[in-house]
Write a protein that binds this ligand. Structure first.
Ligand code: NAD
Length: 390
């Protein structure tokens, strides 16, 4: 089984980006969307991205023209019949995805591979009604696909090894860095990044620092491109709350409990950039609030903020590894490439020292009276003991 022709279903934010990658990798690519307007917009976006990339020297004008010639649009799903890998990037709806894959199984050759770009629906659940679930897998790209190098390759219960190997090869051919992830809530990145916003919201709720101080500390001391509240405003406070609720519904544990501030913000219409106000105020897309200087928080306090959030990240990642979601080095790679984090959670753990991370979590559990929320993962306790013993 060797993929030569690619189909992409959905020409939105993700579909258009994935189609661009496939065409640039030299795969004849057909992109389908049932909405003719969305299909035309998606095709225009790819054409303009190819031209811009050539202008910025990312590839030559010849390569851009070659990629453009590889990409075709399909108003009907049936036009994807000759694809031997179809990547679905349609709306995040279980029934819609199941129906699409049932149709694709009838339309495409029996040997064709099918992949979903879902971010939150278990791959195994999408595959349940399929006739050939062994030819199905998750290929989770990150937004924007052309810039974010990570692809999480997710095995459903019945995905065949050969399928996983081939979609991994295709992801590499597209210039991406594939990592294997188990079919668990949020796969690697979305799950391991839970504490980035949740712990920041808890600190804000406790009055430890203002949102602007926490953001400044995370950028200037932690090396993050954006602080948690800047990111919440960019993503949309309402979207983030929906994701937080979906995680908590899948597993109602205290660590994943949404923070009341999120619902209050949504209630008040403070949805972020798109609403002109979130944690910050915006006019014509520009932030009005002044940048807080690093001096706004004493250095030791800024450091202690940063440490509390990255301790949360290291702990969540340790739980994920304990549960077999991925190997530690893959978690680090995924968090750096999927989210542009300056360090992966295990790199943070080692930089701070596992015994210090453990001590911080124990201190928070005791001080806030929340032993379950700040319980350390067995892998973290082991790392702390090994480090202390060595
Ligand atoms: P989007 O809304 O930008 O695009 C979805 C496209 O699907 C639209 O163009 C729509 O017309 C089309 N569509 C609607 N019904 C369809 C159908 N029956 N068949 C085919 N296409 C149909 O959404 P998106 O952000 O590109 O997300 C697509 C998928 O990718 C979702 O599963 C989402 O969870 C996942 N994802 C999104 C992101 C992100 O940051 N946006 C990141 C990773 C994964």
């Amino acid at each position: 089984m060797s993929v030569e022709r690619v189909g992409v279903v959905g020409a939105g934010t993700m579909g258009a980006g994935i189609a661009q990658l496939a065409a640039l990798a030299g795969f004849p690519t057909a992109m389908h969307d049932p909405d003719p307007g969305a299909l035309a917009t998606g095709a225009d976006r790819v054409a303009s991205a190819l031209a811009k990339g050539a202008g910025r020297g990312l590839w030559s004008a010849g390569e851009a023209a070659e990629a453009a010639s590889m990409l075709g649009t399909a108003t009907e799903l049936e036009q994807l019949a000759s694809a031997d890998l179809v990547i679905e990037a349609a709306p995040e709806d279980l029934e819609l995805k199941r129906e699409l894959f049932a149709r694709l199984e009838r339309i495409c050759d029996e040997s064709a591979l099918l992949a979903t770009n879902t971010s939150s629906i278990p791959v195994t659940r999408i595959a349940e009604p399929l006739e050939r679930p062994e030819r199905f897998a998750g290929m989770h790209f990150f937004n924007p696909p052309a810039l974010m190098r990570l692809v999480e390759v997710v095995a459903g219960d019945r995905s065949a090894d050969a399928t996983l190997e081939e979609v991994t090869r295709v992801a590499r051919a597209m210039g991406r860095e594939p990592v294997r992830a188990a079919d668990a809530p949020g796969f690697i990145v979305n799950r391991c990044n839970r504490p980035f916003s949740l712990e920041a919201l808890r600190m804000l709720g406790e009055g430890v620092a203002s949102h602007a101080q926490i953001d400044a500390a995370m950028r200037m001391r932690g090396g993050y491109r954006m602080g948690p509240f800047e990111l919440l405003d960019l993503i949309g406070v309402d979207i983030n709350l929906e994701v937080a609720r979906s995680f908590h519904a899948q597993r109602p544990i205290p660590r994943w409990e949404p923070h009341p501030i999120q619902a209050e913000m949504v209630e008040a219409g403070r949805l972020g950039r798109k609403a002109g106000r979130g944690f910050y105020e915006y006019r014509a897309g520009r932030r009005l609030d002044p940048e807080p200087g690093e001096a706004s928080l004493p250095a030791a306090e800024a450091e202690a903020i940063v440490e509390r959030i990255v301790a949360g990240l290291a702990n969540e990642a340790s739980f994920a590894v304990d549960e077999g979601v991925a190997a530690p080095e893959d978690v680090d790679t995924a968090m750096r490439l999927g989210l542009n984090h300056p360090r992966g959670p295990f790199e943070w753990r080692d930089a701070l020292g596992a015994p210090n991370v453990l001590a911080l979590l124990e201190e928070l559990a005791a001080r806030l009276g929340e032993p379950e929320r700040y319980r350390a993962a067995p892998a973290l306790v082991e790392a702390a003991q090994a480090s202390a013993g060595g």
